[in-house]
Design a binder for this molecule. Structure first.
Ligand SMILES: [Zn+2]
Length: 372
């Protein structure tokens, strides 16, 4: 599927991607062909059921354990593995039932075999660096932009975790000292400005309307672009940009935003799609934000994105950046967004860094788990 260069060994890798809403398992052969793929709903509120779900999926995807060389598990949110006494527990996960739970230990005990575990941003970065858009680059910074903002660093095909495992967590770099409050307890974090929920919140502040990212962007190319908007150097023109959400779902609903009083909406998530639109359909008939507000919203977004990513480039000087997560399919990122990043990088020698759309899409996490 991806390349075929190695002699067959008859050994396989199993990868599991434990997501907030779904859990997926694949069986991968030594040439990176996906032989089997199974998906099920994540029982996210029940830790014991999560453990059972993962072990069942592994048994189902690989009924012959003797042929499995390794098992990798990709965990959700900004989770990382933290040494706590003799057990590793999960911290900083946005799946509450996993908080402080020894998932690694419990899975190994249930499966009676060794497994490896890594957070989803690192799995994404690894998969894209080895088999995706970052293949061939020595140092790759993988970016997740969706419900949260995270990242992973891969050097020479290996994840760089750092001393305590927080390498790449640029979502909690401080952008504005007196800025927005963040769940991490500090203020002004990158995530509080450029995550999906943060952008939706800012849109509401500017326009008084509650909209999902898809609703904000759908059909509004003319609000976000001017004829004289410059586009950047990867050849995309503003007219060809896709300003819709990640599933490119254009159902003609260009301005279905709700007034402030409607509390029934779902937040956007890493897969921005129709499900983020309130099925009750209580949309206001008010017009969308004015062009000025739309332009302010866009400019603030890319200004914050630009400073956030430029800071990373100044420190890491990677060979490529790969964008992932639910917001990464938004076309404006690849011209106006990249232009903003390039303008803020310290050295003009580094400002030509390739900033690329991911290639593996939703499969990056589960493939990365196999490569751990
Ligand atoms: Zn924070």
């Amino acid at each position: 599927m991806y390349n075929t260069a190695k002699p067959p060994t008859g050994k396989y890798a199993v990868g599991v991607d434990l997501g907030g809403t779904k859990t997926e398992a694949i069986l991968l052969d030594e040439n990176y062909n996906i032989l089997k793929r199974i998906r099920t709903k994540t029982p996210s509120h029940d830790y014991n059921k999560i453990v059972s779900t993962i072990t069942s999926l592994i048994a189902e995807v690989a009924p012959n354990p003797s042929k499995v060389e390794k098992i990798g598990v990709c965990t959700p949110g900004t989770a990382y593995i933290h040494a706590d006494g003799d057990k590793e527990v999960i911290r900083n996960s946005n799946t509450q039932s996993l908080q402080n739970m020894p998932l690694h230990h419990d899975l190994q005990r249930r499966l009676n075999t060794k497994i490896v575990m890594e957070n989803d941003a690192n799995c994404f970065a690894l998969a894209e660096a080895v088999l995706g858009a970052g293949a061939g680059f020595q140092t790759v910074f993988g970016v997740i932009m969706g419900t949260g903002v995270g990242g992973g660093i891969v050097i020479d095909g290996r994840i760089h975790r750092g001393r305590t495992g927080i390498s790449g967590e640029w979502g909690h770099h401080t952008l504005h000292i007196e800025g927005n409050h963040c769940y991490c307890g500090r203020r002004g974090c990158v995530e509080t400005y450029i995550s999906g929920p943060a952008l939706e919140h800012r849109w509401e502040e500017l326009t008084g309307q509650r909209c999902s990212m898809q609703e904000i962007l759908s059909g509004r190319e003319s609000l976000f672009y001017e004829n004289n908007d410059e586009v950047s150097d990867d050849g995309r023109s503003s007219k060809s940009s896709d300003c819709r959400g990640s599933d490119n779902d254009n159902d003609g609903r260009s301005s279905d935003c709700r007034g402030r009083s409607n509390d029934g909406r779902g937040r956007s998530n890493d897969n921005i799609n129709k499900s983020s639109i309130d099925p009750a359909g209580q949309y206001s008939i008010e017009p969308p934000g004015t062009p000025d507000n739309a332009r302010i919203w866009r400019d603030e977004w890319f200004e914050n994105l630009g400073y956030g990513l430029a800071n990373v480039v100044d420190i890491l000087d990677p060979d490529a950046i790969v964008l992932g997560g639910g917001l990464s399919n938004i076309g404006m990122l690849y011209d106006l967004g990249i232009k903003s990043v390039r303008e803020k990088i310290f050295s003009d020698m580094a400002s030509d860094i390739p900033i690329l759309r991911n290639r593996l899409g939703d499969s990056a996490g589960v493939i990365g788990a196999c490569l751990l």
